[in-house]
Design a protein around this ligand. Sequence first.
Ligand code: KG4
Ligand code: ZN
Length: 342
Amino acid sequence: MEQQDNEEVLILAIESSCDETAASVVKNGREVLSNVIFTQIDLHVRYGGVVPEIASRKHIEKINQVIEEALEQAGVALEEITAIAVTYGPGLVGALLVGVSAAKAISFATGKPLIGVHHISGHISANYIEYPELEPPFVCLVASGGHSHLVTVRDYGEYDIIGRTRDDAAGEAFDKVARAIGLGYPGGPKIDKLSREGNPDAISFPRAKVAENEYDFSFSGLKSAVLNYLNACRMKGEKICQADVAASFQKAVIDVLVAHSLHAVKEYGVDKFAIAGGVASNSSLRSAFAQECGKCGIRFFHPSPVYCTDNAAMIGAAGYYEYRKGVRHGYDLNAVPNLKLG
Ligand code: KG4
Ligand code: ZN
């Protein structure tokens, strides 16, 4: 590790991989001094999902303001920053480019080191913010709009993906099912809320298993089962109880996520399990994991909802450990839309 133990490291972190323009100042990887998030959800609602061109344009409009606010709220001057961390993939290329260009410009103007961060590494590192005692190794479930990964965290920033989705990501399934039952975008929080009024055992939806890898996920069959159920009800003229559909669908997703995750934790012989990504803010998922981990004596880590969905504080946490390892990027750092985690 390059850093001296008594050195105070202030990371200015930038995140713009999808529809949140975000900047944050993080001290020594775990203390969030500011966490500014401009969410574009309102702009994309009418289209039922994120429109990449609109996202890029809005990032350009907002990025400087969000960065300035992050510094101001932290009470930190740009000269006091140790390094600049930025998400450079995966994500929407035009959206990523805005954050990467801003970070490069600040790095060039100030001479501060530039550190590119993997978005998923950021999501996982969100757990370090509120759990100062959490250290690798542990198993982490990353469930977001674009990813459903079961990961072993060997060390800071070092991961093995042991399970992934074969088709839709968990969040994508939430968004598609929400659209089908007429809840609109973004689906996850709406299904979460409506499910509280529904019966999770009202409709029996499938829990898919992937034959070749016991840790992999598949959610497209479940999504089709929900669509078939809705069509069948409409054809028969039966009334659809939205809350029951939402709760039964959500339970089917959670059952699979919990079963695969706990199996992995036991198989890999660790006693720590963390969740990350937008879907990790789901209230039923959090209580299901709390209950099951409790039964098995596994310590369960779950970031506050604001650190589950996209934010820059998580990039600051991940960026800090990259900084300590001596990772530095040049001004040729580019956006990599399909960046691999490794
Ligand atoms: O991590 P995130 O903000 O962005 C990506 O990296 O994809 O995740 C967004 C996803 C969306 O699909 C959204 O519907 C889902 O997370 N989500 C939720 C909840 N809040 C957000 N899914 C289920 N329950 C929630 N409460
Ligand atoms: Zn994300």
